[in-house]
Design a protein around this ligand. Sequence first.
Ligand code: HEM
Length: 516
Amino acid sequence: MAFFKSSSSAAAVPSSTSSSPLYSFPTLSIFNVPESFTWLYTTGAILFALLALEQTVYRVKKRHLPGDKWTIPVIGKFADSMKPTLEGYKKQWDSGVLSAISVFNIFIVMASSNDYARKILNSPTYAEPCLVHSAKQILLPDNWVFLTGKTHVDYRRGLANLFTRKAIGIYVSIQDTITRKHFDRWREEFGSAPSPIMMTARFLNMDTSLRVFCGNHIPDRATREISDKYWAITQALELVNFPLALPGTKVYKAIQARKVAMYWLELAAHNSKIEMANGGEPTCMLDEWVKVLSDPAYKGRREFSDHEMAMVVFSFLFASQDAMSSGLIYGFQHLVDHPDILANVREEQARVRKGNYENPLTIELMDEMPYLQAVVKESLRVKPPVVMVPYKSTKAFPISDDYTVPAGSMLIPSFYNSLHDPAVYPEPDSFQPERWLDPKGLAHSNPKNYMVWGAGPHRCIGLEYAMMNIGLVLGIAAMMFDWEHEITPLTEKVDVIATLFPSDGCKMKFTPRTQA
Ligand code: HEM
C-alpha cells in the first residue's frame, strides 16, 4: 500500500527537477522525493528482496520433492499446522514417499514409507529427535529426552531399570486399584445416557500414571490439579507454534502448567527419598528408582536431584498422557463396535480369571491373555496414537540417491502408511485382532512395519507398561460393565490433538453387568 502511495507522490516532483530526462525513470525518481518516501521505497525493496529470497531458498531446498511450488510468505503452512486433520496428513503422505512443506521458514521433509521412516529413526549421525517446536520450552532444555548419542544411550540404560518385569509387576497392582476406583465413579457418570468418555478416560490415565510414578508421595488434589492443567500442554503440541511464548499463547499456558506439575513431582521425589532412606518398600516408580540407586551392585550414576528426577517423571507424563489416552479411547471404540470380538475378550477373561473378577489382576494373569494382547496391538495399529515424530537433520543427510535433506531441516517420519500397508495387513483399515494370533502370519512376519512405538535408539521406553495398562483397563471394564456406543456423524472422523481422537469424544454408556 505504502509503496503505491510513494509512486504517485513521485509523479508530483517539482518541474525544475522532473524536466531532466534521467528522472523519467521511476526507479530513479525516488531520489527526488522527501526522505520519508525514500525510506518507504527502501523498506519495500528490502522486503521484496527478502520475500524473493525466501521463495528461492524454499525451491532450492525442495528440489524435485512433491509439495507446493511456492510457500506462503513468512508463515508458510502455519494455518494448516494449527488445525491438522488426518485427511490432510494422508494427502501429504500419499503425495510421495518424501515430500516437502515449509512453516515459519522451517523447511520440513515428510517421510511416509516404511524404509524412509526407519532410515531417519536409525540414522543418529544425521538426524535426532526435535519433538514438536514447543517441546524444549515445555519440558525444559536440560531434560534427558534431548540428549543424543552415547550420553542418551547411557542415561536411558539407567532408566530401563524402571521398566523391568519386576517393576511392571508393582505398577500392575497400582493400575488395577486406580482403575477400579475410577470405574466405581463411571457407574454414575456413564450409567444413564451415553456421554463422551474422552476427558474422563484422560483423567483415569493421568491418575494411574501419577500413582504409578509417584505412589502416595503426592496428595489426591495434586493429581486433579495436574490433570486439569495438563490439557494446556496437550493443546500446545502443534508441529510448529507461534514462535514467542507471550502471555495468552498456548505455549505460555503450557509452561504455567508444567510449573504446577514440576512442583508436585519434585515434592514426590523428595518424599520418596525420605521413605526409602527410612527402610520403606518400593510402592511406585520413584521408590523403585531410589532403591536401584542405593543398591551396592548398581554401576551407574547415583546422585539425582529432586528436580532432575521430577524432570524424568515429567518426560514420561509428556510422552505418555496423550498417547495412552488415545490408545485407550480407541480401544473402547474398536471393541464396542465389534461385539463378537468383545465377546471373545470376555470369554478369555472368564477362562483366565475363573470368575474371580474382584481379585486384582497380576502380570502373570495378564500373560495368560493372548487374545486381549492381540486386541490392544491391533487397536493401536488401526489408530496409532502417534502418527509421526519430528526429527531434525544435524547435517546434510543423503537420504536417497537423488535427494539430500539440507542441514537444519525438520524431518518427519510418519508411521501411518507402515501400519496400514495392505501387503502386510490385508484390509488394513479393518480391526482384526486375529491377524496377531498366527505366529507365522503376515503381521508377525513383518515386525518392521509395526511402528506404533517408533524404532531405533529413541524407541518408546514405556511400551510394555503401556500395553499392559490399556489391556488391564479394557479387561476389567469388559467384565464389570455392558457397553453401549452412540454412533454419531463424527464417530469415524478423527481429530488430531497431538494424537488421534474420535471427533465426538466416543459417546458411551456403561451399565453394571449382573453376570460375567
Ligand atoms: C500407547 C501409548 C504410547 C505410544 C503409542 C507411544 C509411542 C512412542 C513413540 C512413537 C515414541 C518415539 C520413538 C522414536 O522416536 O523412535 C515414544 C518415545 C518415548 N516414549 Fe512412548 N508411547 C506410549 C506410551 C509411553 C509411556 C506409558 C511412557 C512412559 C511411562 C513412554 C515414554 C516414552 C519416552 C520417555 C520416549 C522417548 C524415548 C527416548 O527418547 O529415548 N511412552 N513413544
